[in-house]
Design a protein around this ligand. Structure first.
Ligand SMILES: Cc1cc2nc3c(=O)[nH]c(=O)nc-3n(C[C@H](O)[C@H](O)[C@H](O)COP(=O)(O)O)c2cc1C
Length: 195
């Protein structure tokens, strides 16, 4: 089975990074559906280290605001939802649940801090990408941002659980008026090789 060219357009060719948002809300049900789609994306040892905070209340946005770079402030305050894509550095504690056929899996990470840190960041980032593509597949628009202070977000949202922020994604229905011009991409020959 494949998805057709219109599906490719929706997910990639026509999908844009949005900076301005229509007022249409995004329901809790839609956000739950989004998580229930993205969670199926693959991660190493099924580790699933990403954690997500769907910030949509006024209080939540006010907690986020001091961390944002000036260029990201207005679009984030006006987005119906801003997702904090975070990860749990102690993701391996859930491996007995997530990788039940190998009870030793947890020890791969408890015995190797560097492997644990790399695995959390690599797979947490992948899951953030799955979130963006799943959102597009559901007809939502996205705007990813790394222009913010991670320590400020972590202090405001994660002092109780030790999660760490990775990047942010504004979610909603984009207003094309706020789009920047589409920037070019590298060609196959610039970015890829056969070996
Ligand atoms: C991880 C990540 C971080 C980004 N950080 C910012 C940001 O802080 N502020 C911003 O305006 N755009 C940010 N962007 C948006 C990119 O500049 C944009 O996706 C890229 O230029 C491609 O634009 P297009 O999707 O419209 O083609 C970020 C994108 C990603 C994936």
């Amino acid at each position: 089975m494949t998805i057709d060219a219109a599906g490719h357009d929706l997910l990639f060719r026509e999908a844009r990074t949005h900076n301005k948002w229509k007022s249409d809300p995004v329901s809790d049900e839609t956000l739950r559906e989004l998580y229930d789609l993205l969670k199926w994306g693959p991660t190493s040892a099924n580790s699933s280290p990403a954690r997500f905070v769907f910030v949509r209340s006024k209080e939540g946005k006010e907690k986020l605001a001091p961390a944002l770079s000036s260029g990201n402030l207005e679009k984030t305050m006006s987005a119906p939802v801003t997702v904090i894509v975070a990860y749990d550095p102690k993701f391996y504690e859930k491996l007995p649940q997530l990788f039940p056929h190998n009870p030793d899996a947890i020890s791969w990470f408890t015995s190797n801090d560097s492997l644990a840190a790399t695995t959390a960041f690599r797979n947490g980032t992948l899951q953030g990408a799955y979130l963006m593509i799943a959102a597009r597949a559901m007809g939502l628009d996205t705007g990813a941002m790394s222009g913010f202070d991670n320590a400020t977000v972590d202090a405001a949202f994660f002092s109780h659980n030790g999660w760490r922020s990775n990047f942010l994604v504004n979610l909603g229905y984009g207003d094309a008026e706020g789009l920047f011009n589409r920037s070019p991409r590298l060609t196959f020959d610039e970015a890829a090789q056969f070996a």
